[in-house]
Design a protein around this ligand. Structure first.
Ligand SMILES: [Zn+2]
Ligand SMILES: [Zn+2]
Length: 348
């Protein structure tokens, strides 16, 4: 890989921003298209990519998530067997400014295992005979319910030191489906009680998780607005641009992007030169990626994050730490305090 020695910085003044006047606080995903769009984008990005096999596997996993999320039997069993929060609990959290479906206080329902079994069966059916991930799937299948719940809890609470790194994307895929449906059921049960903004704008207003990346969405009238994409329930929530998504500082924010020209990695000095860029903060030394629909309408927050590992490598050399979390490609350390180096980068 051709890694330049430095990354050029843009001043915030150079970034043309036209915010929509009253953006939605939280946008819940479309259940019919969420994982389908991710799968399509992953296959598109995989073509000619140096991480092609990994991206194809992730596309197959997203396909399994789509099928699980829209499976009539799984929808029915979750509706029958697992709870949604009551009105009093929703109101108490709204008053306190805390996310109601945060795994720190919303107990993990053991029926998430049904999503996992469904996804493992679907992924297995796509794997070639010699695939090493088959061994990981066998390992997951041999875990007891308690062991599986411990793995799930470690992932949900950001205790990455306890996580089985090979199994994590598969376990997280099931948890994502479970939480996406839980959020949708809650919103449907209380249509007047959407998930209001919470006190900590850097975490999901629905489930309290960190963002995976942010997306500049095209508005219905003019300009774009920036939303953070939840790593767990996939809700997108609004955050003003030129503001750190880790510490909320508005000072020391800079942007970096990268384009490939004739096989060479080249830094460019305009934020909109590529569909994906990085927003860094000199106050806390963290960064988050921004995928830009104005540049490429097909960008997808998880898929484009996975396909731009080069940006993570480059910015790590500049001394910045990843502020978000992508369960499909975990970095080392504690997700709640990601001041540890990315030690497991690209291992899956
Ligand atoms: Zn969430
Ligand atoms: Zn910061």
């Amino acid at each position: 890989m051709n890694i330049p020695q430095s990354i050029s910085f843009l001043s915030p003044e150079e970034i043309a921003t036209r915010e929509i006047a009253e953006p939605d606080t939280a946008r819940l995903p479309n259940l019919a298209s969420l994982f389908k769009d991710r799968e399509i984008r992953l296959r598109q990005l995989a073509a000619g990519h140096s991480m092609r096999d990994f991206l194809i596997f992730m596309a197959d996993l997203a396909s399994a998530q789509h099928n699980a999320l829209n499976d009539a039997a799984l929808i029915k069993s979750q509706a029958q067997d697992s709870l949604v929060p009551g009105l009093e609990l929703l109101q108490a959290h709204a008053k306190a400014g805390t996310p109601v479906l945060d795994p720190k206080h919303w107990a993990l329902d053991p029926t998430w295992r049904r999503e996992l079994d469904f996804i493992l069966a679907q992924v297995l059916s796509h794997l070639p005979g010699e695939a090493t991930v088959k061994g990981v799937i066998e390992e997951i299948k041999s875990m007891t319910q308690d062991q599986l719940n411990e793995q799930a809890q470690s992932l949900l609470l950001g205790q990455m030191g306890l996580v089985h790194m090979g199994a994590a994307p598969l376990i997280a895929a099931a948890l994502q489906v479970f939480w996406v449906r839980l959020a949708a059921r809650t919103a449907k049960a209380y249509p007047q009680q959407t998930f209001p903004a919470v006190a900590d704008a850097t975490h999901c207003p629905c489930c309290g998780s960190k963002p995976v990346s942010s997306i500049n969405r095209l508005g219905s009238d003019v300009g774009t607005s920036r939303y953070l994409n939840c790593s767990l329930c996939q809700t997108q929530w609004y955050m003003a641009r030129i503001k750190c998504t880790h510490c909320e500082s508005t000072k020391g924010i800079a942007y970096h992007s990268l384009v490939n020209q004739e096989g060479h990695a080249v830094h460019v000095s305009a934020m909109d030169e590529g569909g994906v860029s990085l927003e860094t903060c000199d106050t806390c030394s963290h960064y988050l990626k921004i995928v830009n629909m104005a540049k490429d309408v097909q960008v997808e927050p998880v898929a484009d994050d996975l396909a731009t590992l080069t940006l993570d490598l480059l910015i790590a050399e500049e001394g910045y730490w990843r502020g978000g979390v992508n369960f499909m490609m975990l970095f080392g350390g504690n997700a709640e305090n990601s001041a540890d180096p990315p030690k497991s980068i690209g291992e899956h």
